[in-house]
Write a protein that binds this ligand. Structure first.
Ligand code: B12
Length: 304
């Protein structure tokens, strides 16, 4: 039996879009919208498929309150007001509203990079000021990180799956860097750009990053630098440099403390990007240039 929390009926989707049910049935039948059939032959649409469909078409009359989302998404643009609302929700420890703002902006068509750079980053920067005058500040900060992580995880099923021959990426933060949101945002940004991503998360030893390069043969390694105490010594990079050269893996470094990163002293080219949007653009360029290098006609055996 199909779990009713994760599937919706053609009528529910029709009502939320303000269209006829027969239109929704037609989209299912012509393959524009993926659905399953119940044993009685009724079309049931996975909520994740409905979310992808809505995002793709940016439906202006869409009424998300008609759909069984955990928190009804708050549609709208990613702008200063949205960041202000997110800050309010996080500072009041209201995870439902915070998640609705993040998922609503995503359903309205914003990409993860924009949500990271222009919504979560400014809201969290303000949260980070609270401890200076509010004894609850650190408590609020910890809850806010957890809420943003949960909201970002909710978006994962709404992203298009990576194609089978997708390039691979690894995301991480360094050995003394406890910040979870930067590598998570990087992983979703790269997923959205069609990469298969292995997120190693915060506090990752360089030796584990080296192993990940050998194991996953990534095209790109994104390293977040959010503290100036976790910066690598040149000697620690030798093994990582070797494996990244072998795997032809581009290393991209960014983050709040990237200014302190010892680019010059490492014997390996490291790319620097300033934001998730820049990381996304770099990654798209990389997969395009890799595609361009692929032979159009693979050499056949015995061909001269
Ligand atoms: C949450 C938080 C914590 C949490 C982290 C929880 C967790 N597990 O994630 C905890 C409680 C651990 C923590 C601890 C501390 N924190 Co703190 N923390 C924050 C806070 C509020 C939010 C950080 C965050 O997640 N931001 C959201 C992310 C998405 O934003 P971001 O890091 O800027 O990332 C963006 C870009 O940099 C970029 N990016 C990131 N990675 C990458 C990678 C690539 C490749 C690219 C291209 C781009 C990129 O894209 C992201 C999206 O735009 C910040 C405030 C702030 N201004 O950020 C303070 C803040 C960073 N913390 C601060 C302090 C002082 C501390 C502590 C010293 C407190 C203490 N006395 O213990 C410790 C130090 C910890 C350590 N070992 O370094 C200060 C730092 C001040 C300074 N000197 O720089 C800040 C600025 C707060 C403040 N205003 O005082 N903190």
């Amino acid at each position: 039996m199909l779990n009713s929390d994760r599937f919706i009926t053609t009528r529910q989707l029709a009502e939320s879009l303000g269209v006829s049910e027969s239109s929704v049935k037609r989209w299912v039948d012509d393959g524009s919208l993926e659905a399953h059939r119940t044993s009685g032959g009724h079309r049931r649409i996975p909520l994740a498929q409905a979310a992808r469909f809505l995002r793709r078409h940016r439906w202006s009359t869409f009424r998300p309150d008609q759909l069984p989302f955990a928190a009804s998404p708050a549609l709208g643009p990613v702008d200063d007001l949205a960041a202000e609302h997110l800050f309010d929700a996080l500072s009041k420890d209201d995870p439902e509203t915070a998640r609705a703002i993040i998922s609503g902006r995503f359903l309205s068509g914003a990409d993860v990079a924009t949500i990271g750079d222009l919504l979560i980053r400014p809201a969290m920067a303000r949260i980070g000021e609270l401890w200076k005058h509010d004894p609850q500040g650190v408590l609020v900060e910890h809850r806010a990180v957890d809420t943003c992580i949960a909201a970002l995880h909710e978006l994962i099923p709404w992203l298009d799956p990576a194609p089978e021959l997708a390039p691979t990426a690894v995301t991480a933060a360094g050995p003394a860097d406890p910040y979870m949101l930067p590598p998570l945002l990087a992983s979703l940004t790269l997923r959205e750009r069609g990469f298969k991503v292995h997120n190693l998360g915060p506090l990752t030893p360089l030796s584990s990053m080296t192993l990940a390069i050998t194991r996953y043969q990534p095209t790109l390694l994104s390293l977040s630098v959010s503290t100036d105490t976790s910066l690598p010594r040149a000697s620690e990079w030798e093994a990582m440099a070797k494996s990244s050269r072998q795997a032809q893996c581009e290393i991209v470094v960014g983050g709040r403390c990237v200014g302190a990163f010892p680019f010059g002293s490492l014997r390996i080219p490291v790319n620097r990007c300033g934001s998730m949007l820049e990381l996304g653009a770099f990654a798209s360029g990389l997969s395009r240039s890799k595609d361009a290098r692929k032979p159009l006609d693979p050499p056949r055996k015995g061909r001269k």
